[in-house]
Design a binder for this molecule. Structure first.
Ligand code: NAD
Length: 248
């Protein structure tokens, strides 16, 4: 579905991002995965090689995602190597559960820096390439909490509401340049964070999910694959829930 496409996936070293990198490789793309540190990026590349993926179709980067110079240098490397940029998946993100009264100075700003500013910076750098091509796809990782908030850790839903706003706005602004912009809003997904929960923590969560289970990273990756592909050629400004119809 992505034969010959060039993609960048931020937060590609584990969890949803890693599953998306694999899904894109399986579907014929060349993929640059970004992580926060060289060590974790190299570990992820090593794992992919061990799983049999061709080195010539992958590369690793670790820019500071909210720093436009750092992102420009990193994305330039991708275009220098593969000649163009078709797909950007803004997936890197952190969450927060801190009660409002306990927020430390700078904690709120920290989550906005990665979950919002980095999405803006990476989209701006990628869109400049895509505009020249008059084609491209930008995909953002939102969350189910972007629709109804969460009872603690206000920074996280605030950041994901902003991601939805950026998705809808950039879809309207960049459509004339042939660029589609969409988001996927996962529910509780079985990444490391969720795998570490005890049965007594996970059971009440599952009780609120009509499909009676948490999602798998591959199921979120499937949504990214669809939105990145030509099957979604007339889909822009959408925020696709992948949450088993979770109820609050
Ligand atoms: P994860 O913690 O397993 O992976 C996070 C990724 O982000 C890693 O690749 C890491 O290297 C990268 N990252 C973290 N901090 C970074 C930084 N400062 N700079 C650059 N990269 C950084 O996370 P996940 O659960 O796979 O989540 C991925 C995305 O999905 C996030 O945006 C998250 O908000 C969203 N999401 C996750 C869930 C869930 O239940 N797991 C639910 C809804 C939305």
């Amino acid at each position: 579905m992505l034969q010959g496409k060039i993609a960048i996936v931020t937060g590609g070293t584990r969890g949803i991002g890693y599953a998306t990198v694999k899904k894109f490789l399986e579907n014929g793309a060349c993929v640059a995965l970004c992580g926060s540190r060289q060590e974790t990026v190299e570990r992820a590349l090593h794992k992919l090689k061990e799983e049999g993926w061709d080195e010539s179709r992958m590369m690793g980067l670790w820019p500071v995602l909210s720093d436009s110079k750092s992102v420009q240098e990193a994305f330039d490397q991708v275009v220098t190597r593969w000649g163009r940029l078709d797909i950007l998946v803004n997936n890197a993100g952190i969450s927060q559960a801190t009660p409002l009264y306990d927020y430390a100075d700078g904690e709120f700003e920290k989550i906005l820096d990665l979950n919002v500013t980095a999405v803006f910076v990476c989209s701006k750098v990628a869109a400049a390439y895509m505009r020249k091509q008059q084609a491209g796809v930008i995909l953002n990782t939102s969350s189910m909490v972007s629709f109804y908030g969460q009872p603690s850790g206000v920074g996280y839903p605030t950041s994901k509401f902003a991601v939805n706003g950026m998705t809808r706005s950039l879809a309207r602004e960049l459509g004339k340049d042939g660029i589609r912009v969409n988001a996927v809003a996962p529910g509780v997904t079985a990444t490391d964070m969720v795998a570490a929960l005890k049965p007594e923590q996970i059971e009440p969560i599952i009780a609120r999910i009509p499909l009676r289970r948490v999602g798998q990273p591959e199921e979120v990756a499937n949504a990214f694959l669809f939105l990145a592909s030509d099957l979604a050629s007339y889909v822009s400004g959408a925020i696709l829930s992948v949450d088993g119809a979770t109820q609050v």
